[in-house]
Design a protein around this ligand. Sequence first.
Ligand code: NDP
Ligand code: 2IT
Length: 446
Amino acid sequence: MDTIINNFLSEVEARNRHQPEFMQAVSEVVETVIPYIVSQKIYYGQNILLRMVEPERVISFRVAWVDEAGEIRVNRGYRVEMNSAIGPYKGGLRFHPNVNLSILKFLAFEQIFKNALTTLPMGGGKGGSDFDPKGKSDIDVMRFCQSFMTELARHIGPNRDIPAGDIGVGSREIGYMFGQYKRLRNEFTGVLTGKGLTWGGSLIRSEATGYGVVYFIENMLQNVGQSIQGKTVVVSGSGNVAQYAAEKAIIMGAKVLTMSDSSGYIFDQDGINQEKLQYIMDLKNNKRGRIKQYVKQYPKASYYDGQTPWNVPCQIAIPCATQNELLENDAKALIKNQCIAVGEGANMPSNHGAIHQFLNSKVLFAPGKASNAGGVAVSGLEMAQNSLRFSWTREQVNERLKVIMNDIHQSCLDYGQGEKRVNYVKGANIAGFVKVADAMLAQGVV
Ligand code: NDP
Ligand code: 2IT
């Protein structure tokens, strides 16, 4: 089996040299999916995985724009349309200086499986730019977004490819891009998700990823007769996903000890309660400040510059910042400190070594493609509401989100039974694969 896996990875590597994040995401999937394919007559010999790792289309383009000071700026824009077997391409846009093809291909590849798990008809895609919104004025962000959308608009559409937010792309950026798309096309359609509530957005979309992670963690815990209530939680990040993961954990009776940004983390041993979280939300979403300012407001808390929070003893860890933010030694520290569950809010936050530490321990480990699927799931519900020209209530969307996270958990149980216990990595990969592979087989070699 190892030879088949290694041969496959060598072939993919030969075609994707210098794309470490993409290769990391692929190898994580093939480790569990190739043994399954070999055991299943209908999939074996069809080169389905080899087709899945090759994007259907990659678009790369120049984004030239003039900043407020009158200087001409140039960025690079991308859209990776990875797989449309079960629906139009769907996935976020990331604006971050480290964005490159390797990162967007890893994200688009994972999105195929994640979207399949949601039970909704969405294919996989991802895009973005090396533009850094941090520290930019609203005017500069608007000018960049308009230029970016001027090119992207010709490639997307409500039945073709529906982008959304990701790192560096929140409600402000979605608004500017939607406005430009509408102007270019003279059409008001649900071409982006994460829209404002008065112009086609869905209730609960902002909350969905973070809430969904906590629902998923609760599902894993209940499956072994436990609950998140009363547990200590370490969260990384302080953006969209981190904020609402922390909020739901607090609402469900957990004690949230940390949050972070790319500069460092804050530790509050009394717990970040609702009021303190509101302070963080205002600091990050409106004032666009840094997490270290928290300790000025709440002097009993401490700030650790340049560090990640994984050494803080906790029962539950929720990484919600970025890829490869939780390394093998971090996993060892969490295990040593008796952590019982890890739910990935970010995409691929745990590296290969960390995942294997978790899988070889008693920790319940939820990979992002299962546990953070709530965001894109509610994006799917936003698309449905746009098509219906109707909007559902907060309660309706939240209930639907809970059902979807439950179903994803069940799919992981169905496909992830191990010798001793459930392997959620295996479960998520195989369940996602089966749905997409069946559609690909039915549609012929395309
Ligand atoms: P935001 O931009 O709202 O927040 C990102 C957070 O992560 C910030 O606190 C940021 O700190 C931190 N961060 C970003 N890059 C790095 C880095 N290189 N090192 C350390 N910290 C970093 O993004 P989201 O909350 O939307 O996304 C967070 C993660 O969740 C990403 O992996 C994303 O792909 C994933 N995700 C998002 C979904 C969504 O619906 N938004 C859905 C599913 C997954 P700083 O401000 O200092 O950069
Ligand atoms: O990684 C993700 O799932 C997202 N950034 C959300 C994608 C979406 O289309 O809502």
